[in-house]
Design a protein around this ligand. Structure first.
Ligand SMILES: NC(=O)c1ccc[n+]([C@@H]2O[C@H](COP(=O)([O-])OP(=O)(O)OC[C@H]3O[C@@H](n4cnc5c(N)ncnc54)[C@H](OP(=O)(O)O)[C@@H]3O)[C@@H](O)[C@H]2O)c1
Length: 258
């Protein structure tokens, strides 16, 4: 039997790296993608190779800025050349600008364009580039990594929250457009322990946010990248009758008053 293939964008760190590791550990060939620094991607690829060794799982490291359509098409061509198939795409690459919601002057039109280019257009472009292979898979699926910011309006900035709202709508629209061959779903993580917020907020604000989150979430936890990875497996592989949905992985913070 041919080995399944999973492409995970933004997989040199955090949630994407955990997702690539999980798929490799379960015997899939994986693409580890980055846009800036190759070294962390190579390190994640080495972990994936070790985890998938007993299955002979193969790993391709590919630089691709998902905001650049030519890069997305080049990634798809590399997957086609290496394995000739793609079964699951996890659109995880994301970007933001940290700006307090009340500081409207902290965001300009270009900030919105930059954030949408990665978080929304990037997911669309990657899906379009891989559609021909996903369509031929017996179980093609796309998983978009959104955020609870889409439904709360909170998060690193208004532009970021709006982009994740757009990503949820893109998820529904693509689920309609690409069914029945391809399922399209999204995950809405809460606060996840990755370099993203630690770098963006600085140590002190980050520690306060973690404490505040734990105090408010019904499950009294923040999220680990592996929690989101398991949801990316569920929606990518197991949820064969689900499409167009957004799955919260947020320790049930929405249940509690803000
Ligand atoms: N951390 C959280 O609390 C949280 C909560 C909700 C949702 N999310 C979402 O989860 C996703 C991953 O976040 P994370 O926390 O795991 O972040 P992270 O640890 O900072 O990792 C981000 C990854 O994306 C890559 N990347 C950034 N821009 C890219 C681009 N234009 N094209 C391709 N790859 C790109 C980065 O590599 P390079 O730097 O080399 O490009 C890196 O591999 C994002 O979509 C984020 O919005 C995170």
């Amino acid at each position: 039997m041919e080995t399944n293939v999973c492409v995970v964008t933004g997989s040199s760190s955090g949630i994407g790296a955990a997702t690539a590791r999980l798929y490799a550990e379960r015997g899939w060939n994986v693409v580890v993608n980055f846009s800036r620094e190759a070294a962390p991607a190579e390190a994640v690829a080495a972990e994936c190779r070790a985890l998938g060794e007993k299955f002979g799982a193969d790993v391709l490291v590919q630089r691709c800025n998902v905001a650049d359509d030519a890069d997305c098409r080049a990634l798809a061509a590399a997957v086609q050349a290496r394995w000739g198939r793609c079964d699951v795409l996890v659109n995880n690459a994301g970007t933001t600008k940290f700006v307090h919601a009340r500081h409207l002057d902290g965001l300009d039109a270009q900030d919105f364009q930059n954030i949408y280019a990665v978080n929304v257009v990037g997911a669309f472009q990657m899906t379009r580039a891989l559609e021909p292979m996903l369509k031929l898979s017996p179980s093609g699926a796309v998983v978009n990594v959104s955020s609870i910011a889409a439904s709360t309006g909170m998060g690193s900035s208004i532009a970021y929250a709006a982009s994740k709202g757009a990503l949820n709508t893109l998820t529904m629209a693509l689920a309609r457009a690409l069914g029945p061959a391809i399922r399209v779903n999204a995950i809405a993580p809460g606060l996840v322990e990755t370099p993203w917020l630690q770098n963006g907020m600085g140590a002190e604000r980050y520690a306060a946010s973690v404490a505040g989150y734990k105090a408010r979430a019904a499950l009294a936890e923040i999220i680990q990248p592996e929690d989101v990875a398991r949801a990316a497996w569920y929606l990518g592989v197991d949820a064969t009758k689900t499409s167009g949905e957004v799955l919260a992985v947020d320790a049930a913070i929405k249940l509690m008053p803000v």
